[in-house]
Design a protein around this ligand. Structure first.
Ligand SMILES: [Zn+2]
Length: 105
C-alpha cells in the first residue's frame, strides 16, 4: 500500500449529542422543514442507491440534518440533527486524545 494514506486516529468518543426527532407528515405536505426555523430544507441524496437516506441543509441557520425514511413516501421520517462544526471542534478539544497505535511520520 502506498504510504501517502492519511493518518487515521482510533475512534474518539466525542461528547457531542445528536438530537433526533420523528416527523409525521400530513397529507399533501411535500417539504421537510428545519426544526429550528421551519424553513424548507434543501435536500440532497448523496448515494443514488439509497433514496431513503437524505441530507438536509437549512439555508437560514446552516443546520445540517440526516433524514431517514421510516414509512413509505416519507410520511414518517427520522430526523437527526448533525452537530455544528464548532461544537464538534469544542467536543474534540474537551476530549483526551486516544492512545495512538501508529503515528504518521
Ligand atoms: Zn434552520
Amino acid at each position: 500500500m502506498p504510504s501517502s494514506r492519511p493518518a487515521l486516529s482510533g475512534p474518539i468518543p466525542l461528547p457531542v449529542g445528536f438530537v433526533t426527532r420523528i416527523i409525521s407528515r400530513g397529507q399533501g405536505t411535500r417539504s421537510l422543514c428545519c426544526p429550528d426555523c421551519s424553513v424548507s430544507l434543501n435536500l440532497f441524496q448523496p448515494d443514488e442507491d439509497e433514496p431513503a437516506r437524505l441530507l438536509g441543509l437549512c439555508e437560514t441557520c446552516s443546520k445540517w440534518v440526516f433524514l431517514v425514511e421510516i414509512e413509505p413516501d416519507w410520511s414518517k421520517v427520522l430526523l437527526v440533527e448533525l452537530p455544528s462544526s464548532d461544537s464538534v471542534r469544542q467536543g474534540l478539544e474537551a476530549t483526551p486524545a486516544p492512545r495512538r497505535g501508529r503515528r504518521a511520520p
